[in-house]
Design a protein around this ligand. Structure first.
Ligand code: SF4
Length: 301
């Protein structure tokens, strides 16, 4: 059985498997640690094993490598990339830096190393509000995601936000009508959504938070029905924490096509061949980008 093969190879090679909540449930099942970007980046610096296999998209493997340069970081599919991670230009950052003296460039961790290297600090959806509030600067250029930027701005009204036009296609194009229909069908359900969703979805939510925030909310709620506005892979952990509850997703299944590229077969194959290795970015980019990740871990303490 492929699962047994993966376990055997993992042991033989002294490897640890990290998986994001958005990958397929059968892949999450094989992981030593499952989590959102923030949990996994914190975890990546504590690991003792020689090899890290990162089941997620490119920027996640890249961050793990930057934080663990001496370890071998493998990804089951190196073409699994996040489109949002590229959605900002250097000109946008340079223009804001020229316009405002008192500016912090805050970069969502869902971004390439190069974009991180233009920034002052990284954040995840779980710690963005906390970190932005701690920054001494008044003006915040938040890149690349406009929806997360608006969510953070609403929770940090003392700051002046400058927005960029990036978005996660999966959350941006979620249909608000489909959420409204689910609400009509299940009026007693609570609506829990990710801040990458568009404003029409956010308006309908009872709770807006990171993937781990959504999971924790459902785990602690007395309610037994939830409408979920994020990628469907999260169901694995939701059912694990609330086997008694019912979860409803929009009719157009919210699946991230890039996370979906991570399969059990590719996980087994990369453990066997060790050939899909994540490399460090060029030194100047790596140094600056790594600083933004380390500042995030420091600010988030
Ligand atoms: S769900 Fe969206 S933000 Fe997350 S990896 Fe997929 S495209 Fe990127």
């Amino acid at each position: 059985m492929i699962q047994e093969e993966i376990l055997r190879l993992k042991k033989e090679k002294d490897a640890v498997i990290l998986a994001h909540y958005y990958v397929a449930p059968e892949v999450q099942e094989m992981a030593d640690y499952i989590g959102d970007s923030f949990f996994l980046s914190k975890k990546a610096v504590e690991l003792k094993e020689k090899i890290i296999v990162f089941c997620g998209v490119e920027f996640m493997g890249e961050s793990a490598k930057m934080l663990n340069p001496d370890k071998k970081v493998l990804m089951p599919d190196l073409t699994a990339d996040c489109p949002m991670a590229h959605m900002v230009t250097k000109e946008t950052v340079d223009e804001a830096r020229a316009k405002y003296d008192d500016l912090a460039v805050v970069c969502y961790v869902n971004s390439t190393a190069e974009i991180k290297s233009w920034s002052d600090v990284c954040v995840t959806s779980a710690n963005a509000v906390k970190i932005v509030k701690k920054l001494p600067q008044k003006n915040i250029l938040f890149i690349p995601d406009k929806n997360l930027a608006h969510f953070v701005a609403a929770n940090a009204p003392e700051k002046n936000f400058i927005y960029n036009d990036g978005y996660c296609p999966r959350h941006e194009f979620m249909d608000a009508k489909e959420i409204a229909e689910l609400k009509a069908e299940h009026p007693d359900a609570e609506v829990l959504v990710h801040p990458e969703c568009n404003a029409d979805i956010i308006k309908q939510a009872d709770y807006v938070g990171s993937t781990s925030g959504i999971i924790n909310y459902a785990a602690e709620s007395k309610n037994k029905k939830f409408i979920i506005g994020t990628v469907k892979g999260v169901i694995y952990e939701l059912l694990d924490r609330r086997p008694d509850a019912e979860f409803y997703f929009p009719k157009t299944e919210p699946i991230c096509v890039n996370m979906a590229k991570i399969t059990l077969e590719k996980l087994r194959d990369v453990l066997l061949s060790e050939d899909k290795e994540v490399m460090l970015p060029p030194e100047d980019i790596n140094e600056k980008a790594k600083l933004t990740l380390e500042r995030m871990l420091e600010y988030a303490k």
